[in-house]
Design a binder for this molecule. Structure first.
Ligand code: RTP
Ligand code: MG
Length: 140
């Protein structure tokens, strides 16, 4: 198994309900180390840039509205197969389809307000981590 890093975002629906600690406990309980973390308010430009791959999707505008509606917590997670492992811990995009024990099953409000983001490949993880963190601020 390869040690990997992935980018996590605790989304505004979760920070609004003060779920950061509970979500972090699930992340750490799954064997993933939180090696960088910052609470920020995304600008419209940052949200649109981050979700640029979804620009043509019908939900793009609504997604950027949601992601700028409150604070988010951006994090770098490290562990064995971190990209896939974290997506397992997150659960399916639509919480109605998410497995028991996953973050989205426990906390997500809807397919959009689904509490967490996780990178979907090691390549995207590297780009997404660099979008929010300087190398010096990641302490593995
Ligand atoms: P994420 O990127 O946030 O980790 O989630 P994901 O891979 O499971 O889902 P993705 O297809 O990449 O979609 C990104 C985010 O857009 C919102 N979404 N809304 N209204 C809709 O049908 C819809 N579909 C997706 C969700 O917030 C999703 O996480
Ligand atoms: Mg995605």
């Amino acid at each position: 198994m390869a040690t990997e890093r992935t980018l996590s975002i605790i989304k505004p629906d979760a920070t609004r309900r003060d779920l950061t600690g509970k979500i972090n406990a699930m992340i750490e309980g799954a064997g993933l180390k939180i090696i960088a973390q910052r609470r920020i308010r995304l600008t419209r430009e940052q949200a649109e840039g981050f979700y640029d791959v979804h620009r043509e999707r019908p939900f793009f505008g609504s997604l950027c509205d949601f992601m700028t509606s409150g604070p988010v917590v951006v994090q770098v997670l490290e562990g064995d197969d971190a990209v896939v492992r974290y997506r397992e811990v997150m659960g399916k995009t639509n919480p109605a389809e998410a497995d028991e024990g996953t973050i989205r099953k426990a906390f997500a409000e809807s397919i959009e307000a689904n509490s967490v983001h996780g990178s979907d490949s090691p390549e995207n993880a590297a780009n997404e981590i660099a979008y929010f963190f300087a190398t010096v601020d990641i302490v593995g």
